[in-house]
Write a protein that binds this ligand. Structure first.
Ligand code: IVH
Length: 672
């Protein structure tokens, strides 16, 4: 390579080079240089840009890393409103649409373009003179949020167009997606951090796009496909050629996009992709058919909500059928035994499914599962696969019904069935290995004692090596013991010791949560800790006193009393106290308290991007509001996040309760 010696020309040259390599890698999937070479060019550009601030360009490839300071989103009106598409679920209805189009065009011949319906979140990008000027979310279709800073971090989106022939001004629409691989990685991470999981890649993509920290957006690996070009001067008079032109300018336009000259070819396209879409790297929920000619599109026009020249065919919920290998019975930290169907691996909505929870004995019986049955597995837009039925025609002759185990699969203790509940439990709390290891894992988790250096695997390793038999043993660990464990060195041992030390300042309510008292989750722990502000008061509380606390029912009260009545648990608590853990609430500070929400009650639902659920709960309380668990006539507001459940939505709507999003909520607190 002939490196340019004039720094300003070199900057321009590097930008062009890096734009090209980005396109090769993220759009064409055909890198020409190694990641290392790419990083070196990027470093060189960064250095030169620092030395020549006069050459700064917000669209330089160095600006794709994002920043922690995106700030709140401004809104803007769309130049062309963002409409939706008419939906159908059957080939027949697509055929009817085709006939309606033919009639409306007076029998004139027409072509249809068949494409994927990508299941992400839609975006509108505005380009002027070949440069990205603005990215706007769909919003309510009329106005959307300006998310340009976040969009710039998506490497497959060209910031500076390539090739030629682009109009000076145009808009391009597409779908922001989180590929399955990135989605699985993100959820694994969230699971580890005990953060709520995203239900599907669509929610993950839209949640990510609304994140105020563009560095976080950059990290999450979004992608984008484009499917609609708009503007006063487009290069061609038809959709297909315009999209091919967009591809040549650097946009990712799916190869699946096909010109279909007849109704037969439309039907074949549906039949083919109904099956073949299972192997795509991104989530799709159907197909879209569009009349190709822009003149004919204009003739057909729009209804109030959607274009007459296009229709979406939605795929039925994905279902696979696979053979049951065996049912395993797994013991959690509370001793509950969960049956899990272990399946012959099967591809479903982009991921391989090998296991699915059967939840409890009643579900096994209702489904009527026999050993080695063929089972139907479904993923209805959610990540967790569900067994929905048995194909009895394929049952192996003489195979026996699956029976729930009578003894704990881990320690052999006879199981007991909790009254009024569907689950079986192993009562051997202090001798059953998965229960002990599970409590240790819970104790060290991020929302509990947050002990850096110990994750799920290390917790198991400590237990397996006999170093930790209960949570108090953690504080007796010595670095030389840790260094004998596989994979441990002085540095990692040191990290664990530091993590343990730091956990001594974790507040009392989290210590209560970390103890693994049945029915005491994080919210209950907070309430219990507030009402019984030190461990001695809590340990001596009666179930009546506990049940007199707001939101603490008799079941929780009894569970707390039972926990502390066990001498082994009391001993553990004493050892934790001796180790220096926080065993009382700090004196309340009034800083930051307001009465802005003046006693109003809130139900929180869904997932959020600006703050965690817990942070919202705390904000509500600090500002004089109340958190309530379920919607009733008395609820004042629903604070709704990304994937609010449909039942809640319906209930809130029917009771006329205002549903507000996080931006609106923060506005109420004067924080936006
Ligand atoms: S065309 C005026 N094409 O589906 C019509 N939309 O229900 C403009 N979508 O909001 C949309 N894949 O987010 C079109 N190939 C595709 C699409 C697609 C996904 C989404 C898009 C839109 C929604 C319409």
């Amino acid at each position: 390579m002939s490196a340019n010696t004039d720094p300003c020309s070199r900057i321009t040259e590097l930008r062009e080079l890096l734009n090209r390599h980005n396109h090769n890698y993220y759009v064409l999937n055909a890198p020409e240089i190694s990641d290392r070479e790419f990083d070196m060019l990027l470093k060189e550009l960064e250095t030169l840009e620092k030395q020549h601030p006069e050459m700064a360009d917000p669209l330089s490839p160095t600006q794709r890393v994002g920043s922690d300071l995106t700030g709140a989103f401004e809104q803007i009106e769309h130049i062309y409103p963002m409409l939706s598409l008419g939906n159908t679920y059957s080939i027949d209805e697509v055929d009817e649409w085709f006939h309606r189009v033919r009639t409306a065009l007076g029998g004139e011949s027409f072509n249809v373009v068949g494409e994927m319906k990508f299941d992400g979140t839609s975006i509108s990008l505005i380009y002027e003179h070949g440069r990205l000027v603005r990215a706007v979310t769909r919003g309510d279709g009329e106005r959307g949020d300006i998310v340009t800073e976040n969009i710039k971090t998506i490497r497959s989106i060209p910031l500076q167009l390539q090739g030629s022939g682009w109009p000076d001004f145009f808009e391009i629409r597409g779908e922001i997606l989180m590929p399955w691989e990135a989605f699985d990685k993100l959820n694994r991470e969230r699971e580890f951090n005990e953060e709520p999981l995203f239900a599907n890649p669509r929610n993950a993509a839209s949640g990510t796009l609304k994140t105020l920290n563009s560095r976080e957006v950059a990290r999450r690996g979004l992608d984008a496909y484009f499917y609609y070009l708009l503007g006063p001067e487009l290069p061609f008079d038809n959709h297909f050629d315009n999209m091919m032109a967009a591809r040549s300018w650097g946009f990712k336009v799916s190869d699946i996009m096909t010109l279909l000259p007849s109704l037969e070819s439309v039907d074949d396209f549906i039949r083919h992709w109904d099956e073949a879409r299972r192997h795509l790297p991104v989530a799709t929920d159907g197909l879209v058919f569009k009349v190709n000619s822009l003149r004919q599109q204009l003739n057909l026009g729009f209804t109030a909500k959607s274009p007459r020249w296009a229709i979406a065919y939605k795929f039925p919920a994905e279902r696979a059928i696979t053979r049951l290998r065996f049912v395993s019975f797994e013991v959690g930290r509370m001793g509950i035994v969960t049956p899990v169907a272990n399946l012959e691996p099967v591809l479903l909505s982009g991921t391989i499914v090998k296991r699915a929870s059967l939840h409890n004995e009643d579900i096994i019986n209702t489904l009527g599962i026999h050993e080695h049955d063929m089972l139907f597995v479904e993923k209805g837009g959610e990540i967790i696969p569900k067994i929905t039925g048995v194909d009895e025609r394929d049952r192996i002759a003489g195979s026996q019904p699956v029976r729930f185990v009578a003894k704990c699969p881990a320690c052999g203790t006879p199981l007991i069935r909790i009254e009024g509940e569907a689950s079986w439990q192993c009562p051997n709390k202090f001798g059953c290995p998965p229960q002990i290891a599970g409590r240790v894992e819970h104790f060290v988790g991020r929302k509990m004692m947050n002990i850096d250096g110990i994750g799920e695997e290390t917790a198991q390793l400590l237990f397996d090596n006999g170093l930790v038999r209960n949570i108090a043993d953690l504080y007796d660990l010595r670095p030389e013991q840790l260094m004998r464990l596989p994979g441990f060195g002085p540095r990692s041992a040191e990290r664990v010791m530091e993590g343990l030390e730091a956990s001594k300042s974790v507040p009392y309510d989290r210590v209560v949560y970390a103890l693994s008292i049945p029915f005491v989750g994080d919210t209950v722990a907070k309430k219990v800790a507030r009402a019984f502000p030190d461990i001695d008061t809590l340990m001596s509380a009666t179930s009546e006193q506990l049940a007199a606390t707001k939101d603490i029912g008799p079941r929780i009260a009894e569970s707390v009393v039972e926990y502390f009545s066990n001498p082994l648990n009391r001993q553990i608590v004493e050892r934790l106290r001796a180790a220096g853990l926080q065993m009382s609430m700090p004196a309340e500070s009034d800083e930051g308290r307001t009465d802005l929400l003046g006693g109003k009650s809130f139900v929180i639902s869904g997932t959020f991007s600006l703050h965690s659920r817990d942070e919202y709960k705390a904000l509500i309380e600090r500002n004089g509001g109340k958190n309530v668990g379920s919607i009733s006539k008395k609820t004042d507001y629903i604070l709704a996040g990304e994937n609010m459940g449909p039942a809640k939505l319906e209930k809130a709507t029917s009771l006329g309760i205002p549903i507000i999003d996080e931006n609106r909520f923060l506005e109420m607190l004067g924080q936006q």
